[in-house]
Design a protein around this ligand. Structure first.
Ligand SMILES: [Zn+2]
Length: 116
């Protein structure tokens, strides 16, 4: 059975996979929804229900931080967008790179838009 933890009780879809159980919840190893890499639950960061971490990820050849450089700018962009489809991604919480990227999330949508 796949174990999950839900840091945002309002949004069921924000569950993160638990990779390693520990007696201390903060020490548990979870898979970050945004970068897909393992991180300590106690080291995750959350704002407005969107959870990321401090892992470094490579995007377009540049090394950036999961939460501050990747997730948060995308969340802000969707939240402030007048494009209904982007705003809906924000409302439904489908803005994660790793979890939603291959699932009709923003990455696919942005490709769709740039391809016309
Ligand atoms: Zn992450």
């Amino acid at each position: 059975m796949k174990l999950t933890i839900n840091p945002n009780v309002v949004n069921e879809g924000n569950q993160m996979e638990i990779l390693q159980l520990e007696a201390d919840e903060m020490e548990m190893i979870v898979r970050c929804n945004n970068c897909g890499k393992p991180t300590k639950y106690g080291m995750t960061r959350m704002c407005s229900g969107f959870v990321g971490c401090d892992n470094k990820i490579k995007v377009d050849g540049k090394e950036i931080e999961c939460y501050f450089d990747d997730l948060m700018p995308r969340v802000r962009k969707c939240k402030e967008s007048s494009d209904k489809k982007l705003y809906e991604l924000y409302r439904s919480g489908k803005v994660y790179r790793w979890r939603d990227g291959a699932d009709g999330g923003i990455n696919d949508y942005e490709k769709e838009v740039s391809n016309g």
